[in-house]
Write a protein that binds this ligand. Sequence first.
Ligand SMILES: CCCCCCCC/C=C\CCCCCCCC(=O)SCCNC(=O)CCNC(=O)[C@H](O)C(C)(C)COP(=O)(O)OP(=O)(O)OC[C@H]1O[C@@H](n2cnc3c(N)ncnc32)[C@H](O)[C@@H]1OP(=O)(O)O
Length: 201
Amino acid sequence: MSGATASGGTGRPALTPPPDAAPPVRHPEAPAPGTLLGAHYDQCFGCGETQPHGLHLAARAGEGVTVTAEFTVQPAHQGAPGLAHGGVLATALDETLGSLNWLLRIIAVTGRLETDFVRPVPVGTTLHLAARCTAVAGRKAYCTAEGRIGSPDGPVAVRADAVFVEVKLEHFTKNGRPDEIKAALADPDQVKVARAFEVNP
Ligand SMILES: CCCCCCCC/C=C\CCCCCCCC(=O)SCCNC(=O)CCNC(=O)[C@H](O)C(C)(C)COP(=O)(O)OP(=O)(O)OC[C@H]1O[C@@H](n2cnc3c(N)ncnc32)[C@H](O)[C@@H]1OP(=O)(O)O
């Protein structure tokens, strides 16, 4: 698949939107700015509320196609003694970026995630994350995020650029556990169902 190469076969870096990319459009029924988005799946390692090993990251809708999120580094997230593991920090960025799906009202998965680790992040730190979609081209959403230490205006510790690729629900039913998808569809909590599955065709 050409998309997995650095340039996607175009000679253009894969994280640079193509010339025909359009500005992202906030879906008219996207959650209002300030709304806590909740988990897309309660067992998700990034955001799942009942995932004991997870980051319990809580994302909030912003203006336009932006979100913010907070994540407090726990002892279980260490790489070096007292410092967050880089893969965990990449997960926090990935999850925050993935939350932009709710504002675009698409189902999209991470195709590429390029991360800069700018400062070490000590255990106990609350990382304040902010993500925004910068462009959309076909099935691809180009997004960027950063995480700051201690407050939304704190020093930048991590940054990421990403391409998310829109997929059909079959991506999950074919490759994941279809029974759980069906159970989620039958969930009487209609808000949750709408959030998970009521997306643009
Ligand atoms: C109980 C219910 C729960 C269910 C939940 C349902 C609702 C959920 C709602 C929201 C979910 C939010 C989740 C957030 C969580 C955080 C995000 C993650 O961590 S996601 C996991 C990690 N990512 C993967 O596992 C992807 C694995 N990869 C793939 O499946 C494929 O490679 C995929 C879908 C990315 C692309 O495969 P193709 O066959 O569909 O499409 P092709 O034709 O190859 O590419 C389409 C376009 O995308 C570009 N592209 C593809 N891969 C790229 C890449 N790596 N970098 C740059 N561009 C790429 C290509 O160049 C092409 O562009 P051109 O249309 O030709 O212009």
